[in-house]
Design a protein around this ligand. Structure first.
Ligand code: S3P
Length: 445
């Protein structure tokens, strides 16, 4: 990521109109490169997200022995090394800002008798890695980490891993995925018990790559079991558009007066659609059209028109299906009639930033009345005039994009201190939003 901070300012804009397609899903893109690297043969990935986070995963997979090339048509081919045959990297693996890339790769490396050192940017180096390292330790993986299990850290997988049954202490698809990835190379069956369902891209993609995986309902939640030491076979992956990126255009379309726009091909996996459900409950004029299947995922076009929203209570049980969307939901909530209460937000404290604190500071800077607790946020809707503030993004792409969306519908322009971070997940955000009519100016800070 660029070392130079660059401010961006979004100004009150006229109606946003048009049809757009946001880039490929970040979760699926990471996993496609990882499973492509672990498989035997050549996998072809179309629609891969070419953003910094995914590029870091690509570099790591190359360091572990995979060959990754981009064809003239933009499709990416991954020539895998095969499960159990990963090379030991001869340099540190730098994951930049990417929590998913680093944590899932820890599972992959831990499953092999190799050592690797993980580093990242200031944001990633603050994030807790114990959630992934603890189950890996149970499986026999050696770890040397900085205080509090933070990056930089080095892990070394044992010759033979112990398969485990692991009950997730936090609702995290990243932890689930890391354990299952390590389990791929353990003799016997590794199970993850998931009391609260989280995104299931790993399970779907493992099955597509030929892993022996089963899902059962247990007394304590879903049980996902992978049988280790079965080869993975190369598979073609079609990456649908990322609902977490679509969220910015969708919310902008709802709150900028007079807007009507369509976001095409958005993945509708039910483990990711909590924001859509919530916006519909808020009275959004939102229609899902042209629903179809692409590469094993349901996709559709989302049409929104500017709407008079009303405040709602978003239950904690919905958090995993919209965990990355709370910052932008808080912006929608600021334009609703009445208050919106969001509960069960403890995981927001350990994202790219402490998102609860970053959102609260951004709302405060722009005159939006709100209240926070340890794991909840209450945003008062339409009150006085809003906007005019400068928001600190803390190396968090979703904070940057959410508050730029605020500026488009506010009474006064909103500045974010750093838009470079948007490159981690949505490099085309600025041109795409400007194409809809958004007024966003960028400058060196
Ligand atoms: C992700 C899972 C979520 C999410 C992240 C991507 C994934 O994290 O916030 O952006 O691809 O598995 P947690 O699983 O830690 O909640």
């Amino acid at each position: 990521m660029s070392e130079t901070r660059q401010a961006a300012t979004a100004s009150p804009s006229g109606p946003l109109t048009g049809r757009v397609r946001v880039p490929g899903d970040k979760s699926i893109s990471h996993r496609a490169l990882m499973l492509g690297a672990l498989a035997v043969g050549r996998s072809r990935v179309t629609g891969l997200l070419t953003a910094e986070d995914v590029m870091a995963t690509g570099a790591a997979m190359r360091a572990l022995g995979a060959t990754i090339t981009t064809g003239p048509d933009g499709a990416v081919t991954v020539d895998g090394v095969g499960l159990g045959a990963l090379a030991e990297p001869d340099h540190v693996l730098d994951f930049g800002n990417a929590g998913t890339g680093s944590r899932l790769t820890m599972g992959i490396v831990g499953g092999h008798p190799i050592a690797a050192t993980f580093v990242g940017d200031a944001s990633l180096s603050r994030r807790p890695m114990g959630r992934v390292l603890n189950p890996l330790r149970e499986m026999g993986v050696a770890v040397i980490a900085r205080e509090g299990d933070r990056l930089p850290l080095t892990i070394k997988g044992p010759k033979s891993l112990a398969p485990i049954v692991y009950r997730l202490p936090v609702a995290s698809a990243q932890v689930k995925s890391a354990v299952l990835f390590a389990g791929l190379n353990a003799p016997g069956e590794t199970s993850v018990i998931e009391p609260v369902p989280t995104r299931d891209h790993t399970e779907r993609m493992l099955t597509a790559f030929g892993a022996k995986l089963r899902r059962e309902a247990g007394p304590d939640g879903n049980i996902i079991t992978v049988a280790g030491r079965n080869p993975l076979t190369a598979c073609d992956v079609i990456v649908p558009a990322d609902p977490s990126s679509a969220a910015f255009a969708i919310v902008a379309g709802l709150i900028v007066p007079g807007s009507e726009l369509v976001v095409e091909d958005v993945m509708l996996n039910p483990s990711r659609t909590g924001l859509i459900t919530t916006l519909q409950e808020m009275g959004a004029d939102l229609a899902i059209e042209n629903v179809r299947n692409a590469g094993g995922e349901e996709i559709g076009d989302i049409r929104v028109a500017a709407s008079r929203l009303k405040g709602v209570t978003v239950p904690a049980s919905r958090a995993p299906s919209m965990i990355d969307e709370y910052p932008v939901l808080s912006i929608a909530a600021a334009f609703a009639d009445g208050a919106t209460l969001m509960e069960g937000l403890d995981e927001l404290r350990v994202k790219e930033s402490d998102r609860l604190a970053a959102v609260a500071a951004g709302l405060a800077a722009n005159g939006i009345v709100h209240e926070t607790g340890p794991d909840w946020l209450r945003v008062e809707g339409r009150g006085g005039k809003v906007g005019g503030g400068t928001v600190l993004t803390h190396l968090d792409h979703r904070i940057a994009m959410s508050f730029l969306v605020l500026g488009l519908a506010a009474d006064k322009a909103v500045t974010v201190d750093d838009h470079a971070t948007i490159q981690t997940s949505f490099p085309s955000f600025m041109p795409l939003m400007r194409g809809l009519g958004a007024e966003i100016a960028t400058e060196a800070a």
